[in-house]
Write a protein that binds this ligand. Sequence first.
Ligand code: CO
Length: 139
Amino acid sequence: MTGIQGVDHIAVAVADLDAATALWRDRFGLEMGPREKIPDQGVEVQVMFAGPVRIELMRPLGPDSPVARFLEKKGPGIHHIALAVDDCGAAREAALADGGRPAGEGPVPGAGGTKVAFLHPASACGVLVEWVERTPEDS
Ligand code: CO
């Protein structure tokens, strides 16, 4: 696999975004980033920063959101790990060609104008993996 640039973010599923934001800001001293609704993924995201590392707190926008189902089954917790890549679609296609199972369609719009796609946890040691393609002007 070529084109890997690093870890883009770690995403945490929460039920109460305001409470979770206050906790990660006040308890751990994370810096506040933007907050954004992403209807395509059924979530509202609060971006936080631990130095250069981006942590995204996510709440479901409605009962049909995949994050709502995650919270029902598992409760709050780490939802996915996102890898930064130079070509999201190529990374997804390569993983699928290698027998990987997709999680949803892709690439689709992500936070801050990015392009994203997901690989099913069954194909990545139980971890939902996201690929993020970020252009320089994205937040
Ligand atoms: Co993500």
